[in-house]
Design a protein around this ligand. Sequence first.
Ligand code: BES
Ligand code: MN
Ligand code: ZN
Length: 500
Amino acid sequence: MDFSIKAFNAKNAIAQHKAGCIAVGVFENGKLSAAAKALDEKASLTAAIKSGDISGKAGTTLLLHRTSGNAKRILLVGLGNESEVSDRNFIAAAQAVARVFATLGSNDALVALPFDVVQGRDADWAQRTMVLALRESIYRADALKSKKDENRNGVTKVTLAVDESRLAHARKTLVQSVALANGMDLSKTLGNLPPNICTPTYLATTAKQLGKEFKLGVEVLDRKQLEALKMGSFLSVTNGSDQPPKFIILRHMGGKAKDAPVVLVGKGITFDTGGISLKPGSGMDEMKYDMCGAASVLGTFRAIAEMQLNLNVIGVIPTCENMPSGSATRPGDIVTSMSGQTIEILNTDAEGRLILCDALTYVERFKPACVVDIATLTGACVTALGHHNTGLFTRHDGTHDALANELLAAGKASNDTAWRMPIEEAYQEQLKSNFADIANIGGPPGGSITAACFLERFTRKYSWAHLDIAGTAWKSGAAKGATGRPVPLLTTFLLERAKN
Ligand code: BES
Ligand code: MN
Ligand code: ZN
């Protein structure tokens, strides 16, 4: 999908714009947006509203064909109550536009929705929301279908109408929105690939390709090197698998050489059977999504590299499969992590923390400004927060409130929200082991919290946040598919850091 920006004024009036379709806004009180008014020749739009064919409720649409005028069609789009257009209202409107455009009998369109009417949001936000909704609507996961999904027609060229005052700004926002959409696409595509294709080796190859295309530093460590690093915890998870484990390091050094990097660590379990603590069969295919943390790191790097972000960012991805076999780790096995702490593995299905803990020790060498890990870590997080919010965990001793707030704000700004959960000393008790320094599970109560508490023990040398994306990284049921989350949250977080 091609995007461009155009500003209109008296000389260059919107009524003169030639397009297959122009999308304009209408409010619930029947009032037309400014662009709609400019196109209301012979009061035809007013008449359509008076007829009762469109209520103006957010997300409602009415497509009008015209015999005169330069635009062949006008798409009226409901924005809700004029005095209180909410985020949700505008997102619904943007998605409605995308839905109509997807099957339109024309390939070019102008979006002239008012970008400056959303409460508490600026025009950048609305513009970005529009672009992301359009890109989301054309995303397909049909690479492996012999007959491709329908809807290859529809609008392919979209012009965004913006206020002249923000023309330069709108162009920059567009470049960033497209880069973000490209990053989300990569993240979704990797998540949706089947686990026989998207193996640890495949993720490593993808990282190397990304490195070549965008001039990122990419390094891949293999089993021998991981053994030399004494990553006994990570390696214990890969014992049952025939696929070789990989440890991927990506570098985007857009900042000053001496600036401490932000480090992202993504869980890359390309398939989680549970291991000897085998998962139930029903729905197990969805454990191909257990590498969505890794996919979000790769997607975020795709986005920030295209944006040429002025910030030092390092991505680290421990990746392997969690399989049962005669050589697999047993419940009761005790392993030594890279940090030296010994771990009693009471459940081989709590494997994410076992690969992450060694990666979290490894990243100490970067003397990071902060470390954020991203993981489809616990079913308990889905129980706690459902599918709307990612779980955000940081230490609750007051030293991490600023980092937590940055991440929460980035989530809010990018429609990719997180909710802060507690990490307190009291929960650490649940991880006591009679035979090792720590157990890898803490029982059912507060399962997402004890998982975070486990990670916390390996992160005491830097400031750290953990994102549990088990509920937000993919959708189940008829709409099964990766969401691309939390690439928007992470990218926005890094964009804000680059500004300061
Ligand atoms: N990858 C799963 C977490 C998961 C499960 C995410 C279902 C999304 C949906 C993780 O490795 C896991 O199996 N966690 C266990 C931990 C338990 C054994 C303490 C879980 O959540 O059941
Ligand atoms: Mn598991
Ligand atoms: Zn897992």
